[in-house]
Design a protein around this ligand. Structure first.
Ligand SMILES: [Zn+2]
Length: 340
């Protein structure tokens, strides 16, 4: 088996005026065999790809990788450079490649593109055809919608934030690819997207309600035969894109209905009542309102603190100039004001 490996990642804060340039990406870029060597033994998605492929004796072809962390939108020049490097590098291998392992963040934007990562996948599909397995590892803060699943065979997100399982996420994607190539699995995917935006400061998975949602999503593949994987994505609320927000992706073996049921089960209505609506259940509740909370919550609270959050102080996101997000469906923007 011969597997192409590539990565191109940025968590784009669309509202920052300083873009992430080609030079910024190039400082952390690897090309060719260096992609494999630089990530071998690291807790990164690509490190996970390498670990599983080497253990299985699969041949790896490093294409290109760069990860610019979290910063302003990528310039279109930087996007074109890496998109071309990925697509042309893989096209050059063409019929010698059995599958592709790709690491993307999921929340990249550029000045002219709200979903550049799906554009890369669409480009790969156009070149490589509909049959070639393409497995994608993504960050838990990725903004996904159904478009990415049109082109990726399956996607896998980090389970935890702060992120500790990047390598394991790459391993999940690589194991799925190798099982698919051996004919042991026929992955199908489904996405559930409830129209929820989670401010990044509330996306930690060791705090409720996300801790419970993650536990629930991890239990599903153990409970449901044929369900391969469930990834919960908090999304990234500061990337201005139509796909902005929370989603759940399920991967099943040959059963689209099972995948769809699993994706929706992970975030059913009961779960979302936990987004602050049963205050007495939580040791700490955080409210967006500065004016109304005391009367309602003082009887419940042992202590009330007024805090300034590190990434968006007033907890009033209406000040951000979103152009692409469908605001009418977005929580917590909707009136009346609610708990975060
Ligand atoms: Zn993240």
């Amino acid at each position: 088996m011969r597997v192409a490996i590539a990565g191109f990642a940025l968590e784009s804060v669309s509202f920052l005026p300083v873009p992430t340039t080609l030079a910024d990406f190039e400082r952390r870029a690897c090309y060719g065999e260096a992609v494999i060597a630089a990530h071998r033994g690291t807790n990164t998605a690509i490190g996970g790809f390498v670990k599983v492929c080497e253990a299985a004796g699969a041949e790896m072809v490093g294409i290109v990788s760069s990860d610019a962390g979290a910063a302003g939108s990528a310039t279109d020049e930087a996007f074109r450079h890496y998109s071309d490097a990925i697509c042309r590098g893989i096209a050059a291998e063409n019929d010698r490649i059995d599958g592709i392992l790709l690491f993307l963040h999921g929340a990249m934007t550029t000045p002219s593109r709200a979903d550049p990562e799906t554009e890369i996948l669409a480009g790969l599909r156009a070149i490589m055809g509909p049959a070639l397995p393409i497995m994608v590892a993504l960050d838990y803060h990725g903004n996904l919608d159904a478009a990415i699943l049109k082109y990726a065979t399956a996607v896998f997100g980090y389970h935890y934030s702060p992120h500790t399982d990047m390598g394991e996420t790459g391993e999940r994607a690589a194991r799925c690819l190798l099982a698919t190539l051996r004919g042991e699995m026929r992955p199908v995917t489904a996405i559930a997207k409830p129209g929820v935006m989670v401010p990044s400061i509330f996306s930690a998975t060791d705090l409720e309600p996300l801790a419970g949602l993650v536990r629930r999503s991890l239990a599903l593949p153990r409970e449901k035969p044929g369900l391969v994987d469930v990834s919960l994505f908090a999304g990234f609320s500061y990337a201005d894109a139509p796909s902005c927000g929370f989603s759940v992706v399920a991967v099943a073996d040959g059963d689209p209905a099972l995948a769809a049921r699993a994706a929706h089960t992970a975030i059913d209505e009961d779960c979302f009542t936990e987004f602050g609506m049963r205050a007495a259940d939580f040791p700490i509740i955080v409210l967006r309102s500065k004016t109304h909370f005391r009367a309602v919550y003082e009887p419940l609270a042992a202590e009330i603190l007024i805090v300034d959050t590190p990434d968006w102080g007033p907890a009033d996101l209406t000040g951000l100039p979103y152009r692409h997000v469908p605001r009418e469906r977005v929580f917590p923007f909707a009136d009346p004001p609610q708990l975060l």
